[in-house]
Design a protein around this ligand. Sequence first.
Ligand code: SF4
Length: 460
Amino acid sequence: MTVPGKQHFGRFYDQVKQFDVTGKTLLIPDMAPFASRLLASSFHAVGVNALIMETYKGLSLGKEFTSGKECFPCQVTLGDILYFLRQEKERLGTAFAPDQYVYFLPEADGPCRFGMYNKMQRLVLDRFEEFRDVPITYVSTRNSYSTVDIMPAEAASIFRRLCYVTIIIADILDRIAWRVRPYELRPGLTDSFMEKALEALVEEVELKGASLELKGLFDIVEDAASTAKTFIDTRQPRRPLIGIVGEIYVRTHPDSNQHIVRVLERFGGEVVVASIGEWINYITYDMARDQKRRVKLALLKKDVGLLRGALNDLIPTQIEKYYQMARQRQIYNRALKHLDIQRDHAISMLEKRLDKDRLYSFDIGTESALSIGAALEHLHEGYSGIVNVYPFTCMPSAVCTAVLKPLLNKMRMPYIDAPYDGAIQPNREIALRTFLHQAKQHLESGNSGNRNGKAAKCHT
Ligand code: SF4
C-alpha cells in the first residue's frame, strides 16, 4: 500500500507552511476584539505587517464552500478570508498580487479538527485561480505557538514575550468592561472609554513593544481600571455572576456567539468569559506535564541519555511557565488595585479540581479539561450560573456538556448549553432569559456564597 505523502498532498506542504513572513501582509482572522487588535499591534512592533480582516461579512461564502460537516469556526474564518480576498481583488484590480499576502491560521495538535482547518481551507482557496498563490502559515500548539519559523529569531523572541503580555492585557480589558458595563451610570460610557484605552495601548505597543518597555502599558491598564470604576452606579445591587466556558473561538468571537455577553447583561447578569490567557497558560502547563512524564520514564529506565534530553526540554518550559504566572499576576494586580475584576484561574488549580472530583483528566486534554475545571471552580467562587458556549457538533464541548449538565444540576447550579452554527434560533433568547431568572433565584437563595471565594452551597 502506498502511504500518501508529499507527491499526493504537495499543496499542503508547499502552500501551508512556516516561513519568514517579513515584508508580506499577514492576514489574521478576527476573534476576541481586544485580543485580535493587540495581537496585530504586537506583530507590527516586530516589523510584521499584520492585518485583522473584517469578520462575519463572508459567512455565506464560508457556508457555500463547506459541506456543513465542518466546525463552525472553520466556516467563519473561511468566509473571512474569501470575503477579504475578493474585496481586495476588486479594490486593486490588476495590481492585486496574491503572493504579497499570507493567511495566518494557527492549528492545534489534535485530537479534534482544528489541526485540519488550514489544510481544508487550502483546498478551497485552490479552487480560485487568483487565490492559489496566497500561502497559508501557522503557529502550532506542538511547540507552544512558537513563531521562530515565521519571523527572524530575535524578533520571535521579543514577540513571544510581548504577545503574552498583550494577551493578558486584552483579557483584563474585557474583565474591566464586563465588571463595569452592567452598572454604568450612562449607557455607552464603558464601551467608548474602553475603545480609547485600546487605542492608547495599541499605540504604546507599536511604539515601545520592540524594546519590551512595558511600564507604559501597565500604567494604561491601571488608569483604565481606576477610571472605569468611576462609571459604576454604586446604588445598583450586584447582579448574579455568570461564567461562560466552552470553545475558545465561539465564546470569544461576539458575532459567532450572537453577542451572548450583551444578551445576558440585558437580561440582568454580570458575565465573565473564560480568558484567552487561560488557554495559553494551559498549553505551556500541558507541555511541562508531558515533559515531566518523560523525565520519570527516563529515571525508571535508568537511561541517562533520555534523561538529559527530557530535562533539556523541561527546564525552559518550566521557566516559561513561571514567567507566565508571574507576569499575569503582575498585570492583574495593577488593575486589581482599583477594581475588583475576576482573577484568572491557575491551571494547576483546575487540574486539582478535576482530580479531586475524578470527573475528567488532563491526560485526555482538549478544552474540555479547562471548561469542566473552570465550571467547578466557579461553584466555589460565588457564581450563580454557568453557560457552555460552543460550535454546534463541537466534540470537546459535547464531552463537557455530558459531564457538566448532570453534575451542576445535582449541585443546583443553573447551567445552560449554548451551541452556535450561525442560525438564528427564535427560542434562544427565551431560554437565556429563563436561565438568568434561575441565576437570580440562586443568588437570592444564598446558594452562590459570596464573591470573596466562600464556597457555594453544595448538595452532593
Ligand atoms: S474544538 Fe470543537 S470547534 Fe474546535 S476543532 Fe475541535 S471539534 Fe471543532
